[in-house]
Every structure is written in structure tokens, then in C-alpha cells.
Design a protein around this ligand. Structure first.
Ligand code: URA
Length: 426
């Protein structure tokens, strides 16, 4: 069946519904270059403004899956489970989580991306480890899953190519924050990746795409529905992203903190979220009755981490380097660190060189921020609040600007952070 791109744009612009055939045609022809970028830009803006119903979102996801290959792990003979986060600041959870889950005999095929904007990317973090290789062939990935049980690598170009094109387009046309587009983008990759179980970590707050609990719940429900229809065992955990996760933000810094967690230490919030997500993944994969936290304490997860990093050419013993220059900000009064805003810290870290402004930019392994206090902690006047690291001294000015108004010290008692906000299972 053939359609006219302009006609479909007009239909969505005027709040109409797109048929299954129309969506299939649009995605096929955008992937092959028949529908132009400017036409798809107009369409994504019309979708952002006017939305899509559940049937349209599902059709969009299925069309994006059909644009590429679909992986299959049935020959592995073990359950597979994966986690996907909608993106946050200091969110390094994938790093300790994948080996932790693999330590219980559930295979973790974690196909990941790079950071763009203020949220970091898992591959950029792991590339701070000398020698570590992000690109694996499908064959190498299957072999590592069989041997080690966990692999974190770049999603190959064959997986949901429509999403690759669309995501790049959305990033430069102000159309990232649309629920139908985020849901189809994430779910097309995860279903094509072929995991049997999937736990979604849907972030809520200033540092996340979803700023309110209601919007995050809606996104989670849409994604869980798509996953269930595709036969994936799936649930979504809604977690706070109003303040950074952990005390270290930036590529090498986040590897360092992940290794602390794998060694049985690390900040309480990072440990809590790692254990919560691991429990959920294992439960969905049929292994609900294991002591997850014990595997962090007794070194089983660390052993898996070492195997996983070595298998991709990385040196798991390498010490992470810090940026050549540092700048520390001190508390200017006594009190409680009432706010430490995730978005402000994320942008500051990005400007130090931890993230990229354009796809082709390189990131600095040692750039980022170490927090000496987290939101809710008591602080004393003159105490270091945070230290910034970068290889380019001139980056401090714009980074300090990003932090202005991003933290507040107030009189009063320290407040406990509620990290896990809700869970969606249907
Ligand atoms: N992560 C994705 O993969 N896609 C989105 O649209 C947003 C977050």
C-alpha cells in the first residue's frame, strides 16, 4: 500500500489517527530515505503535540523493530534478563547490575548507547577502562554470553536502524520528550535485542526526561503494555532523579564508584537501586528466592565484572584517571544540603568534558564531579561540597555557571530521600 508523506503529516497535525499500514509505510520509507528528514521532523513534532493512542504506539514500535534484525538467544539454554534506564545523572547502575545478575546464572545481554546532552552513556563510561572494546560482532556477543554470562556492548547497526535515524533527528528538532517516541524508541531496541525479561528504570525529576510522577507512570504503562504484547516478561520501577545517583558523576569516576559497589561498599543509594533492580530482573527470570546483596559482599559479582571487562580487552585492575585540573566548591554556611539538583550537576559535568555537544565529539575519561555531600546531608561552613575535574581549565567557568542556583543549604534537619517511587506491572 502506498501513502503520501505530506498527507500523513496533515492527518497527524489535525489530530487524526494513523492506520497500521500508514505507520509501516512511513517507517519503511523513512529508513530507506524516501521520506525526507524534514518531513519526518514535521511528523515527530505533530506526534509530540498531538500524541498517539496505544495502538499507534505499538504499531510504531513494531515497524521500528521490522526495520532491522531481531536477535535470538534460545540456543543459550539460560534465561536472559536486561534493564533499561530512561537516563539520568550519575546513573551507573548497569555497570554493577549486569555482573551481579549474571552471578546467579541469568544471562544479561545489555546493548547500550552513548550519552548525548546532560545524561551519561554506559559505553562512554566503560571506555574509560584502558583497552575496553564497545563494538562486538553478534557472534562475539553470543560467545561472551555463553562463557561469562554478561555482556555490555554497543547495539550493532542492524538493530532497529529506524530508531537510530529517528533518535538523531529528534535530538536536533526538540522532539525527544514525547511519550510515543520515547516508548517506541526504547521498546523497539529492547524487543529486537531479544531479551526474555526486561526491567525498566523510569526516571522522574529534574534530571530525567519525565519531570513528574504522572508523566513517568504514563510512559511506564505504555512501555510495559508494548513489552507484554511482544511476549517479554516486563515491569517498570519508577525512581527519583531530582538529585544525582551516588557521589561520582563522569565516565571514569562512575566506573570507580561501580567498582566500590562491586567490592561490597559504595553509596547507599547506588547499592539500593542496584539490589532492587537485580531482584526484579531475577524474579522475572524465575529466580526470585536468592540473596542478591550477598553476591556484592562475597565477591561473586566482582568476579563476574572482572571476567566481563577482560573478555572485551579491558584491564579490570586499571586505576581510573582524574582530569588534570580540579576546582572545589565549599559550603558557605552551616546547615542541610536541602537541594542538589540533578539537571544542574548533569550539565556542569557535561560542560567539564564528560559528555559531548555533538555526536562526533570525544569525551574525557577523567572529567566529572565528585560530591562530598549528597542531598539531605548536614554540612558545615567551609567544608568541601564538591570537586570538579577536567583536562581543559577553561571549562570551569561555564561549568560553575551551570551549578548556580543548583544547590541550596538551609537550616533544618536532614531529610531522607525516597529513591523507589512506584512499580508498574501492567
Ligand atoms: N532512551 C532511548 O533509547 N530513546 C529515547 O527516546 C529516550 C531515551
Amino acid at each position: 500500500m502506498s501513502f503520501d508523506a505530506v498527507q500523513l503529516i496533515l492527518q497527524k497535525r489535525d489530530r487524526g489517527e494513523l492506520s497500521t499500514e500508514a505507520i509501516n509505510w512511513l517507517i519503511q520509507n523513512y529508513t530507506s530515505g524516501v521520506v525526507a528528514d524534514e518531513q519526518m521532523s514535521a511528523m515527530t513534532m505533530a506526534i509530540l503535540l498531538n500524541g498517539m493512542n496505544r495502538r499507534e504506539i505499538k504499531d510504531l514500535t513494531m515497524a521500528m523493530i521490522a526495520s532491522g534484525e531481531r536477535l535470538d538467544y534460545s540456543h543459550l539454554g539460560s534465561h536472559t534478563a536486561d534493564k533499561h534506564s530512561t537516563g539520568g545523572v550519575g546513573d551507573k547502575i548497569t555497570l554493577p547490575l549486569a555482573p551481579l545478575v549474571a552471578a546467579f546464572g541469568v544471562a544479561v545481554p545489555q546493548l547500550s548507547g552513548r550519552g548525548l546532552g546532560h545524561t551519561g552513556g554506559t559505553l562512554d563510561k566503560l571506555e574509560a577502562i584502558p583497552g575496553w572494546r564497545a563494538s562486538l560482532s553478534n557472534q562475539e556477543m553470543f560467545e561472551q554470553l555463553q562463557k561469562v554470562g554478561a555482556v555490555i556492548c554497543a547495539a550493532g547497526s542492524g538493530l532497529a536502524p529506524a530508531d537510530k535515524k529517528l533518535y538523531a533527528l529528534r535530538d536536533v528538532t526538540g522532539t525527544v520528550e514525547a511519550i510515543p517516541l520515547i516508548a517506541s524508541s526504547i521498546m523497539s531496541k529492547k524487543i529486537a535485542e531479544g531479551t526474555g525479561a526486561l526491567v525498566l528504570d523510569v526516571k522522574v525529576g529534574s534530571g530525567a526526561f519525565m519531570k513528574t510522577l504522572d508523566r513517568a507512570r504514563e510512559l511506564a504503562q505504555v512501555m510495559v503494555g508494548i513489552g507484554q504484547d511482544a511476549g517479554v516478561k516486563i515491569s517498570a520501577i519508577l525512581t527519583d532523579m531530582s538529585t544525582p545517583l551516588g557521589r561520582k558523576i563522569g565516565n571514569g569516576l562512575e566506573v570507580e564508584e561501580s567498582v566500590e559497589v562491586l567490592a561490597g561498599g559504595g553509596p547507599a543509594d547506588v547499592v539500593e537501586l542496584t539490589v532492587t533492580l537485580a531482584r526484579e530482573m531475577l524474579k522475572l527470570a524465575g529466580k526470585g528466592d536468592v540473596d542478591v546483596a550477598a553476591a556484592l559482599k562475597d565477591g561473586r559479582a566482582m568476579d563476574k565484572w572482572r571476567q566481563m571487562i577482560s573478555a572485551q580487552g579491558g584491564n579490570p585492575e586499571a586505576k581510573m584517571t582524574r582530569g588534570k585540573h580540579s576546582h572545589t566548591i565549599l559550603a558557605d554556611e552551616d546547615g542541610t544540603l536541602e537541594t542538589l539538583d540533578a539537571l544542574a550537576v548533569g550539565i556542569a559535568s557535561w560542560r567539564l568534558g564528560a559528555g559531548r555537544a555533538r555526536k562526533e565529539d570525544a569525551v574525557q575519561a577523567g572529567a566529572g564531579i565528585e560530591l562530598h555531600a549528597q542531598q539531605g546531608d548536614s554540612v558545615a561552613k567551609g567544608q568541601p561540597l564538591l570537586t570538579m575535574y577536567t583536562d581543559d581549565e577553561e571549562r570551569f567557568e561555564r561549568s560553575i555557571e551551570a551549578l548556580a542556583g543548583g544547590y541550596k543549604i538551609a537550616k533544618g534537619k536532614s531529610v531522607e530521600r525516597k529513591l523507589v517511587l512506584d512499580k508498574i506491572t501492567e
